[in-house]
Design a protein around this ligand. Structure first.
Ligand SMILES: [Zn+2]
Length: 289
């Protein structure tokens, strides 16, 4: 089965100033990760294309990713970049007009901003209008507490702005029952919008994963997959690895690929459904060439 990985990163320690969150004590992440390393991690998989996602709040990283993707021999099909959404309209405009740029989305890292309601800032309007005109996707990196603001934001732009909720909005998946507030907000998006959800980042949310068996891990994930599949359907879920961040879960990209597929099959996904989740949806929603 062809797979398109909608979410991975690269970074170089030489540029460590860009990544405020990357600390030496994060031993599994504090090293260079480049396209060659990514190629090695996907060697045993059917991944044939990918989307590179920003990890720093500077457009210099975005320009670096675009350059790297051009040199990737067609492996990287798109870049989700970062820009100052109030002041950097011009550079985005130039990039969307450039034939060599493959910028497909913007991600403002909402989860790390001091104000949970930053997204409601009126000064973002010109950039949002540009994104709508150019069909750039808004990648929302949020926690459940941001979802009510994201709903208000989306109500203003629905149905024109394309939006993907990263990592399923990182629900607290360690409780005995589904997080109620998360469920309600996600149901709102499922019912009232065409927003897509990235099926990624969930393994790193599981506590004590190093002591859990494969079955125990799947038991934690199953109700979330069930909820997301029944509400968003296979047409609005987009698989991503979140490599190399996935390494902190003690499991590999290929484990996540197999684990997620096996849960989806248990939930009666057909091969067509899987083709959508693992390939077609990302290609269509992000307008990949
Ligand atoms: Zn990520």
């Amino acid at each position: 089965m062809k797979v398109l990985d909608s979410h991975h990163h690269i970074w170089k320690l030489n540029n460590r100033d860009w990544y405020g969150w990357l600390k030496p004590e994060m031993t599994k992440l504090y090293k260079d990760y480049d396209i060659k390393d990514y190629r090695e991690s996907i060697e045993v998989t059917d991944i044939e294309g990918s989307i590179l996602v920003q990890a720093a709040d500077t457009h210099n990283e975005t320009l670096f990713m675009i350059k790297e993707s051009i040199g990737s021999n067609g492996l990287v099909k798109g870049v989700v970049g970062w820009f100052d959404m109030v002041t950097e309209i011009e550079i985005v405009q130039q990039l969307v007009q450039s034939p060599t740029s493959n910028l497909v989305a913007i991600r403002p890292m909402l989860q790390d901003l001091p104000d949970d309601n930053w997204i409601l800032n009126e000064n973002l309007q010109p950039m949002i209008q540009l994104m709508i005109r150019e069909q750039l996707v808004f990648d929302a990196l949020v926690f459940p507490r941001h979802l009510p603001y994201l709903i208000t934001f989306y109500q203003r732009h629905n149905p024109h702005l394309k939006m993907v909720i990263d990592h399923c909005a990182k629900p607290d998946i360690n409780g005995l029952s589904l997080d109620n507030q998360w469920c309600q907000s996600m149901k709102w998006f499922a019912t009232n919008t065409n927003v897509n959800v990235k099926l990624s980042g969930l393994l790193t949310q599981i506590q004590n994963i190093e002591n859990k068996t494969d079955k125990e891990i799947k038991d934690v994930l199953y109700p979330y997959f069930e909820f997301l599949l029944s509400n968003f359907t296979s047409r609005r879920l987009i698989w991503g690895s979140d490599w190399p961040v996935i390494n902190i879960s003690n499991h590999s990209l290929s484990y996540w690929l197999q684990c997620s597929q096996s849960i989806l099959k248990q939930l009666n996904c057909t091969q067509d459904d899987l083709n959508d989740i693992y390939y077609n949806n990302a290609k269509q929603y992000y307008n990949l060439k």
